[in-house]
Design a protein around this ligand. Structure first.
Ligand code: FAD
Length: 402
């Protein structure tokens, strides 16, 4: 027995779940397939390793979808200030403060699981969405207008439009024969979730060192997420150290302003890859989020641009549907691609430039970044632009992100 839907979304992570909610205001029938339901929340749980800095544009989208409440009622941390500086030159430093642009904060740090949980809860409340979870995909047969996702056990889900929201190793993208341009950065992100000696912080900071930046992201209460960008070999060595030896290296390497570390909650590492799909669509199939693009996390933009994909894709699909056009036609899907691919490519190239300039000990680059950081501090206009970028408020925003 097969079940037919207008839209079949494979992947109910942050991006896929948000897209389902954004489309559910229409009469389209939507299937949302997710491999694993996130663990339920309870306040005494330690903070997860996977966290994201969400921009104001992402918050706007989540508010429109009715999911922000579900995040706020659990836990999140607003950050008001951002500081970046060079390890061996404290004059090369810039601090950004949301007060300078009359805003209460620049963004929030949120655990990915809680964003996903809040979105999936919303999806379950919406009559147009069938959440199929846990979904174990056996095979995907891409066929424009009637793609079939077969689950283990033989259940068949047929979709007029198939959406790849299944992350960087997307099976949907492969099934549709859409290739990627990719390379591995010679860098891993080693992430440590810790308890600090501060009651609460409102600043996120990054210190640049020759092997890569060291970053601090505040979480609610004394908790924080540390990101130690390093060469793959160093990251593996650090991961293999016993906890006390790891803590000693952490304390010796991170700057003094990190303060006391009372407890290491968890650590893990993530190989960093840059990947961009050659196309975001073909007839009857479309890509969003990490399935379409993976970027260096140094400026915390990956899911923020994924949410912008959601806002634009939902807008184009709903407009086409209202106008009586086919939601799965190449013409409809290309309008989405046109609005997002170039923007995402630009973001990727900017992150590449940051990676090259800020993970390098070559004297000319060092001089360039020191001059840049020193100059930025004295240029209110430049600082305002950077803050608008961090808040996701640059450019022509889709309605759902405003
Ligand atoms: C170290 C690090 C730090 C980061 N920090 C930030 C940050 O501060 N800000 C930011 O914006 N971004 C950040 N990112 C990027 C961000 O984590 C990703 O962009 C985001 O998770 C992508 O979401 P997604 O829903 O597209 O994909 P994913 O998070 O990969 O979700 C895919 C979902 O699909 C499901 N799935 C996969 N295959 C199947 C299948 N066959 N069947 C059913 N379900 C399936 C998975 O279970 C998963 O739930 C960071 C990334 C890293 C590595």
């Amino acid at each position: 027995m097969d079940q037919r839907f207008d839209v079949v979304i494979v992947g109910g992570g942050m991006v896929g779940a948000a897209l389902a909610c954004a489309l559910a205001e229409s009469d389209l029938s939507i299937a949302l397939l997710e491999r694993e339901y996130p663990q339920a929340f309870s306040p005494e749980q330690p903070h997860d390793l996977r966290v994201s800095a969400l921009s104001l544009a992402s918050e706007n989208l989540l508010r429109h979808l009715g999911a922000w409440e579900g995040i706020q009622s659990r836990r999140l941390c607003p950050y008001r200030r951002m500081r970046v500086w060079e390890a061996d030159d404290h004059r090369a430093a810039t601090e950004f403060d949301s007060e300078g642009i009359g805003q209460p904060y620049l963004g929030h740090i949120v655990e990915n699981r809680l964003v996903q949980l809040a979105l999936l809860e919303r999806a379950q409340q919406m009559s147009g969405i069938d959440l199929i979870c846990p979904a174990r995909v056996d095979s995907i047969d891409y066929s424009p207008g009637a793609s079939v996702v077969t689950l283990e056990g033989g259940r068949e889900i047929v979709g007029r439009l198939l959406v790849a929201a299944d992350g960087g190793n997307s099976r949907v993208r492969d099934a549709a024969g859409i290739g990627v341009h990719k390379w591995d950065y010679d860098q891993y992100a080693l992430v440590a979730s810790v308890e600090t000696g501060y009651e609460q912080q409102d600043i996120t900071w990054q210190q640049f060192t020759p092997t890569g930046p060291l970053a601090f992201l505040p979480l609610d209460g004394p908790n924080a997420s540390l990101v130690w960008y390093n060469t793959p070999n160093e990251a593996r060595r650090l991961m293999d150290l016993p906890e006390t030896a790891f803590m000693s290296e952490l304390i010796a390497t991170f700057p003094e302003r990190l303060g006391r570390i009372d407890r290491l909650v968890e650590r893990g590492f993530f190989p960093l890859r840059r990947q961009h799909a050659q196309h975001y669509c073909a007839e009857g199939v479309v890509l969003a989020g990490d399935a379409a693009h993976m970027i260096h996390p140094l400026a915390g933009q990956g899911v923020n641009i994924g949410f912008l994909d959601v806002a634009v894709l939902a807008e184009e699909l709903l407009d086409a549907h209202c106008a009586g056009e086919a939601i799965d036609s190449l013409a409809t899907l290309k309008r989405y691609e046109k609005r997002r691919r170039r923007h995402n490519l630009l973001m990727m190239q900017t992150m590449d430039a940051f990676y090259r300039v800020f993970s390098n000990d070559a004297a000319p680059l060092k001089l360039l970044r020191n001059l840049g950081l020193g100059a930025a501090e004295k240029l209110p206009f430049a600082k305002k632009r950077v803050m608008q970028f961090a808040m996701g408020l640059e450019g022509d925003l889709p309605a759902l992100a405003r």
